[in-house]
Design a protein around this ligand. Sequence first.
Ligand SMILES: [Zn+2]
Length: 122
Amino acid sequence: MNAGRIIAYIVAAVLIFFGVLFIWGAFSPNGSAGWILIGLIPVGITFAMVYFASRKSAKAGSDAAQVTYKIDLPANVEMDTLKCKACGGVLGPENIQMIAGAPVVTCPYCKTTYQLTEEPKW
Ligand SMILES: [Zn+2]
């Protein structure tokens, strides 16, 4: 996967090099306007490739973040026994937000907001 991306970047660099060369050549005394069109093709392909590559990696990154979030939370909190300290209402995962790395509970019943402390395991 990583090697494929490196090859894609090298191909993109070569394509943009020749694309710029053709566009540059079009403005030289011996060049013709048709060279601009020829030069725009590899440049366009390059931008499309970079666009799809960055979109794909951004999606993969958000997926990875979601997975770690789901794995991390049950390790810190006993979800099935979690109740509001103020009113005893049952809290779900949607009531917990990670603020500055600490789980913060916002109770949907009494609107109390407090930091969730990890209970001793022994
Ligand atoms: Zn409450």
